[in-house]
Design a protein around this ligand. Structure first.
Ligand code: FAD
Length: 455
């Protein structure tokens, strides 16, 4: 019997269109392993909502492997050390994995490559990050030309089916048990809203995709309306690699209709990886001046009011409460809430990036950093700082009354005319006053910008 092959799983927790598993299955008995690596230095430990998702996703993958007569081995520690030990125990000669672009995963890949034969495959992006180049061979910094060039190379590959059979080793190595990792919250158990909304795992991802495909042609018209389920809600499934972007692309494109805008959004996901490949510390450092000299405020009171959805701006509060309960927030509201933190409260975007990192089920190093830097105006491709979103206008424009009623129930009895901006006489007891008036916030932000530019 040929020696076993290790498949090192990370954010690629699926069996179909998974080239590392497919290639290993062609070579010999397969040992699929997930390593809980809290030791390779990273920008920040995995957040609470992501840990919740990971638990369920691993459970689902373990069950899918069992249906094929295989198993998922769980180990904890530094990836290179764990893999070296596993190879020694099992006689495995090769490790197969998908490329990942977070700086800590690239470091871990280098470390593994020093001690073992590591075969890396592409499969988590529409095109391998780093492969979409300008005429002079450089990498794109701006989304629009990046997308134009990526679009030229589409469609992506045809998705591969899951392997028919996965050969097993003559003896399985030992595995941790999932509950021992304590990824789920206990006291308090804050995950009720997440359980109600999500089904982590490959099966749940496929269900979401099928449901979305039915409605995909309405995406263009509905995607900015937070009160309508008009987007795919595939982001955590894509983040954890329970479905590949090629699978999403083909399913949506085959459905027909006007889906170009949706496909361009999937392109943003590729773009974000293209950015962190060029700027590995993008999650912690402003990409442009004069943000290093920006007079940020430090106000624990304001930061906590934002986190808890108690800013006195209904659209912002609705978004922040949706995030806390479900681990997800509508994209339009993410933009409004993020802009509010940075421009109305003048709090450094990195405090917001950190909160999102901990509370989003789709928390993704590249996408989170790129979108925060875009909103703040500090990114390589960014909205100008001086363009300040007016939350009340946004709330009316995108028809958020129903959304606010759902997430800020104390305002539910207000009329459509009042709910976006409850007049002081009609603010229910217990709902806070605005932390700052929009006009004052705007003036303060513009003067802070002038100060930063002048320093
Ligand atoms: P759809 O509209 O159905 O889009 C399909 C897919 O395209 C998404 O699942 C996602 O993978 C990708 N996508 C869409 N918009 C973007 C975008 N702007 N940037 C990158 N990818 C995109 N998205 C994350 O996946 N992880 C994050 O940590 C994250 N942080 C964000 C922080 C801020 C401040 C903002 C403004 C946006 C952030 N986004 C992030 C992008 C976007 O809000 C979510 O991807 C989207 O809301 C997910 O919902 P959906 O799956 O229904 O999206």
């Amino acid at each position: 019997m040929s020696s076993p092959v290790i498949v090192w799983l990370r954010r690629d927790l699926r069996l179909s269109d998974q080239p590392a598993i497919a290639e290993a299955a062609r070579k010999g008995p397969v040992i699929p392993v997930y390593i809980l690596d809290d030791e390779t230095p990273r920008h920040r430990a995995m957040g609470g909502a992501s840990r919740w998702w990971l638990h369920h996703s691993l459970e689902s993958l373990g069950a899918a492997l069992q249906e094929k007569g295989s198993r998922l081995i769980l180990r904890r520690g530094r990836s290179d050390e764990v893999l070296a030990k596993l190879a020694e125990e099992t006689g495995a000669q090769e490790v197969h994995a998908l490329h990942h672009y977070e700086p800590w995963w690239r470091n871990a890949e280098k470390a593994v490559g020093k001690v073992l034969t590591l075969c890396l495959h592409h499969g988590n992006y529409l095109a391998p990050p780093g492969s979409v180049t300008t005429g002079s061979g450089g990498l794109y910094k701006i989304y629009t030309p990046f997308w134009r060039a990526l679009r030229e190379r589409m469609p992506p590959h045809d998705p591969q089916r899951r392997p028919q059979t996965i050969a097993v080793p003559s003896k399985w190595p030992e595995s941790d048990t999932l509950p021992d990792w304590k990824l789920l919250p206990t006291t308090p158990d804050w995950a009720g809203g997440m359980r109600a909304m999500w089904e982590p795992g490959e099966k749940g991802a496929r269900k979401r995709l099928h449901a979305f495909v039915e409605e995909a042609s309405a995406y263009e018209g509905q995607r900015n309306l937070p009160g309508v389920e008009g987007t795919s809600m595939l982001s955590p499934h894509l983040h954890f690699g329970e479905i590949s972007p090629a699978q999403v692309w083909h399913a949506v494109a085959d459905a027909g209709g006007s889906v170009a805008t949706f496909l361009g959004e999937i392109g943003w996901r590729d773009y974000a990886q293209n950015v962190i490949l060029q700027y590995p510390d993008y999650g912690g450092r402003y990409a442009r001046d004069p943000f290093g000299a920006f007079p940020w405020r430090t106000s624990t009171r304001d930061l906590e009011a934002w986190q808890q959805g108690r800013t006195g701006y209904p659209i912002v509060d609705a978004g922040m409460r949706q995030l806390w309960h479900t681990g997800w927030m509508h994209n339009r509201v993410r933009m409004i809430a993020a802009s509010f933190l940075v421009k109305h409260l003048l709090i450094d975007w990195r405090a917001g990036e950190q909160w999102f990192w901990d509370t989003l089920v789709d928390a993704d190093y590249g996408s989170n950093a790129v979108n925060w830097q875009w909103t703040a105006g500090s990114g390589v491709d960014a909205n100008m700082f001086v363009r300040i979103m007016a939350p009340l206008t946004q709330s009316e424009k995108f028809d958020a009354a129903g959304y606010i009623r759902e997430w800020v129930p104390e305002l539910a009895d207000l009329s459509d005319a009042d709910i976006h901006d409850p007049p002081s006489g009609k603010r229910p007891k217990g709902y806070p006053d605005r932390l700052i008036e929009h006009r004052d916030a705007r003036e303060r932000a513009l003067s802070a910008w002038q100060q930063a530019k002048g320093s």
